[in-house]
Design a protein around this ligand. Structure first.
Ligand code: AMP
Ligand code: TRP
Length: 330
């Protein structure tokens, strides 16, 4: 059985982009993979400055993982801070990381351009991410397109460490593969048509109450083609969000597509498309929305899940760390 690792930063409410680009993949893989899914709380400290807010966001990501359908019987769910050996691995990797590798990393430039403080933690963020990944010897790392460079850095660092401290026949680190969605859900647009992102405040949160959720969806940008005119679904943000959720080949996407291209006699406007998206979200996330309310009232259960997840992850991470220490002469 192939082993999988991935994680998300607890930087606030998750949105449909996180779901379609990341969490949906984790759920689809959990029946036939050995899964490690964690909350990147140390990474969040590169931007978080309010401790109470961070504490709440960390719990919220776990609740949301569980609500969306990650099953703790199949997936080890844990907090990065509960497996602190990853920071030791990050140090070992940082000692074989040429400075220019970090200079070339685009996320530091992007994030500081958006106003994040240029801390050393933010600068070496990819090394900690490499440690998260290599610490459990995964085969596959499912992530969104924006994480491709971080997985490449991870592979490079693993190879460098192996080259310095081990032999090809008996490497310290396994070289994992990225698994990146390239279909219609690869990049989910937000309500303004740009990539859905917390920092653009253009997200759709599937757990919102119905009324504000509908209002938010009705705000999605659209052009001014009249209701009786055919429209190009491939140029429309509402349609793109719809297909990111269900896939282009889904029957519901085909029905919607047909209405864009051949509007019925009484017309089909963008308002109708947005209503269809609203109904789809209520339908797709109906169970998740109910589960989330129960989970928010069962902190004890959430703590149990995290305890078990941390125990499983710690066992693997301890073995990998011991291997790396010994190879390096510690
Ligand atoms: P972030 O919240 O930006 O740290 O992203 C967490 C995960 O969700 C990463 O794997 C991202 O690639 C994925 N993700 C974030 N925004 C989107 C989006 N708009 N479309 C698809 N995937 C996304
Ligand atoms: N950098 C990732 C993001 O912003 C979060 C992350 C941290 C991660 N460590 C990871 C993702 C390890 C996959 C594997 O989404």
């Amino acid at each position: 059985m192939k082993r999988v690792l991935s994680g998300l930063q607890p930087s606030g409410q998750l949105h449909l982009g996180n779901y379609a680009g990341a969490i949906k993949q984790f759920i689809a893989m959990q029946d036939d993979h050995e899964m490690f899914v964690f909350v990147a709380s140390y990474h969040a400290l590169t931007s978080a400055r309010d401790a109470d807010e961070l504490r709440a966001n960390i719990r919220q990501v776990v609740v949301d993982y569980l609500a969306f359908g990650l099953d703790p019987k199949k997936t080890n769910i844990y907090l990065q801070q509960d497996v602190p050996q990853v920071t030791e691995l990050a140090w070992l990797l940082s000692c074989v990381c040429p400075k220019h590798m970090m200079d070339k990393a685009t996320s530091f430039k992007d994030k500081t351009a958006k106003g994040l403080a240029a801390s050393i933690g933010l600068y070496t963020y990819p090394i900690l991410q490499a440690a998260d990944i290599l610490s459990v010897d995964p085969d596959l790392v499912p992530v969104g397109e924006d994480q491709r460079q971080h997985i490449e850095i991870t592979r490079d660092l693993a190879q460098k460490f192996n080259h310095h401290f081990a032999s090809e026949e008996d490497p310290v680190f396994k070289i994992p593969d990225a698994m990146i969605r390239t279909d219609s859900g690869a990049v989910v647009p937000g309500i303004d048509g740009q990539k859905m992102s917390k920092s653009y405040n253009n997200g759709i949160d599937p757990f919102m109450d119905e009324k504000p959720l509908r209002k938010r969806i009705m705000k999605i940008v659209s052009d001014s083609t009249p209701v009786d005119q055919p429209k190009d679904p491939d140029c429309d943000t509402t349609y793109q969000i719809f297909t990111a959720l269900v896939g282009k080949d889904d029957e519901r996407a085909a029905v919607l597509r047909d209405k864009y291209v051949n509007p019925p006699a009484d017309g089909f406007g963008y308002g109708h498309a947005k209503q269809a998206l609203f109904e789809l979200i209520l339908d797709e996330f109906g169970e998740a929305r109910k589960r989330r309310i129960d989970l928010m009232n069962d902190a004890g259960y959430v703590e149990e899940v995290l305890k078990d997840g941390a125990a499983a992850a710690s066992e693997r991470v301890a073995a990998v760390t011991a291997r790396a220490r010994a190879a390096a002469g510690l």
